[in-house]
Each structure stands twice: as structure tokens, then as C-alpha cells.
Design a protein around this ligand. Structure first.
Ligand SMILES: Nc1ncnc2c1ncn2[C@@H]1O[C@H](COP(=O)(O)OP(=O)(O)OP(=O)(O)O)[C@@H](O)[C@H]1O
Ligand SMILES: [Mg+2]
Length: 263
């Protein structure tokens, strides 16, 4: 049976799709069978982030309209053979999407995968509710900014009304230089506010723009270490912390900090 995890946030643009894609790649690199489902119907972009947009022939909406079978809509990643994407497609105004139908799709994927990751739309309306009703675990992504933490907190309250037995938060776009100098809310303060299990910390990193799955091979990218720890935490239930302040310690660290702030 697959573990079905929704990646949600409340606030838009905080990194749900980024976390879904990178977590998917890291889990698949550890030999887990992973299916990523884009439930941001109409504003889907997981295919773009995964560099798979030219390979999308059928989508989840095609399955719902009986235009294809589920297996025909799954796209296998070029680099990780255990990683698949189910894209959601353009919203057809005439098609009413029933949560039970999507649950049916997820149900039939259960035996073929170890993890099903659902990329949730922003906000708390119908699309969000549909996505969270299909999962039994949640990753709540927030940035270290008050508006994002506030929205994450509201989402966590809503999640408790659903059958989600495990909730974890992930802090994305953490700035180690600012956190070290207490100029940004730190991981512990966010943890105390959200009061759910810790999942991981992902630093602000321009390498996020590299779209190919090949990027995971590059161990010099700091983000990779952070996502590796997140993937391990998800697999084992541990709560290991990626310390994004480590680069900014000592003499060299102070220079890096100075340069980062003056650019
Ligand atoms: N750790 C990071 N470092 C730098 N840029 C990041 C990081 N995480 C995400 N981004 C950038 O932030 C933007 C929004 O990320 P993403 O699309 O993953 O957010 P989202 O929560 O899925 O947005 P939406 O709510 O619109 O679906 C993207 O341009 C992405 O490249
Ligand atoms: Mg997104």
C-alpha cells in the first residue's frame, strides 16, 4: 500500500510544487516507487518543473472523461525509472470533478507505488479540499514569513477535520544568513507556532531553477542535502534538521554573509 501524502500550504507560491518534485526525485533515488499527482487543476506546472511538459499526452482529466486508462496517463521520468507523473491538464468548465472519482484513481495506484505525492493548489477552496481528502498524510510548506506561517496554521486547523493521521511542516526558502543573526524567524519558533511534526528545512537556493532530474546528481547543490534529509525524515519518521546556518559560521561564513546581504 502506498503512503499518500498531500503537499499543501494555504499561501500560494511558497514552494509546494518545488517540494513535491524534489521529494519525488529523492524518494525515487532511494529505490521507492513514487507517483506524483498534480492536483493544481488548470494551473498545473509540475510537468514543467519536471521537464516533462512535452511528454504529456493524457492527463487526470482524460481518465475522468474515460478517454484513456490510468496507466496511459502516467509519465515515467527519464532519469529515475521508479518516478512517475500524473498531470492534471487544463480545466474543462463542463467537467464536474468528483472527489470520489479521484479517490478511485488513487486507490487503483496503491499497489503499484510506495509513495503517492499530491501537489495541492494554493488557497482553501474546492481544489484544496479535494486534494486533502485524497491523502492520509500531509506536508505543510511554509516560508519563514509571517503571512505564510499564518496561512499554514489555518491549513493545519482545516486538516484536523480530515482523515490525515500525520502532519509535518517544511520550511522552504530559509535564509541561513538571516536566521543566524535572528533577522528571520527561526525553525524552532515556527515549530512552536505550527505545533505539528517537523519535516524539513529547505534553503533559499537559485539552483532550484535547474529543471532537469539530472540536478539531483550534483551533490554540491546545498538544496540536495536538505531534500535528502527531508526524504529520510519522511521515510523513517525521524526529525533530523538541515542546518542552513552552517555556511555562515566563522570568518569565511561572515564574509559570505556580508556578500549575500550586499548583492
Ligand atoms: N528553496 C527555494 N529557493 C529559491 N527559489 C525557490 C525555492 N522554492 C521555490 N522557489 C521558487 O519559488 C517559485 C514558486 O515555487 P512553487 O511553484 O514551487 O510554489 P507553489 O507553492 O507550488 O506555487 P503555487 O501556489 O502557485 O502552486 C518558483 O519560481 C520556484 O522556483
Ligand atoms: Mg504549485
Amino acid at each position: 500500500m502506498a503512503r499518500t501524502i498531500v503537499v499543501t500550504s494555504g499561501k500560494g507560491g511558497v514552494g509546494k510544487t518545488t517540494v513535491t518534485a524534489n521529494l519525488g526525485m529523492h524518494l525515487a533515488s532511494k529505490n521507492y516507487r513514487v507517483c506524483m499527482i498534480d492536483m493544481d487543476i488548470g494551473l498545473n506546472n509540475l510537468d514543467v518543473v519536471m521537464n516533462m511538459e512535452n511528454r504529456v499526452i493524457y492527463t487526470m482529466l482524460d481518465i475522468l472523461e474515460n478517454k484513456c486508462r490510468i496507466k496511459e496517463a502516467l509519465i515515467q521520468d527519464d532519469y529515475y525509472p521508479l518516478l512517475y507523473l500524473l498531470s492534471s491538464g487544463e480545466l474543462n468548465q463542463n467537467l464536474s470533478i468528483q472527489t470520489s472519482q479521484i479517490k478511485g484513481i488513487i486507490q487503483s495506484l496503491q499497489e503499484s507505488f510506495d509513495f503517492i505525492l499530491i501537489d495541492c493548489p494554493a488557497g482553501i477552496d474546492a481544489g484544496f479540499k479535494r486534494a486533502i481528502s485524497c491523502a492520509d498524510e500531509a506536508i505543510v510548506v511554509t516560508t519563514p514569513h509571517l503571512s505564510s506561517i499564518r496561512d499554514a496554521d489555518k491549513v493545519i486547523t482545516i486538516l484536523s477535520c480530515y482523515n490525515i493521521y500525520q502532519k509535518r511542516f517544511v520550511i522552504n526558502r530559509a535564509r541561513g544568513d538571516l536566521m543566524k543573526d535572528k533577522l528571520m524567524i527561526d525553525v524552532y519558533d515556527i515549530g512552536r507556532t505550527l505545533n505539528i511534526d517537523f519535516g524539513g528545512v529547505i534553503p533559499e537556493d537559485d539552483n532550484v531553477l535547474i529543471t532537469s532530474s539530472e540536478k539531483i546528481k550534483n551533490h554540491k547543490i546545498t538544496m540536495n542535502r536538505a531534500f535528502d534529509i527531508l526524504a529520510n525524515n519522511i521515510i523513517t519518521g525521524e526529525k533530523k534538521l538541515f542546518d542552513c546556518t552552517y555556511k555562515y559560521r566563522g570568518f569565511i561564513g561572515n564574509i559570505k554573509k556580508f556578500l549575500k546581504r550586499t548583492i
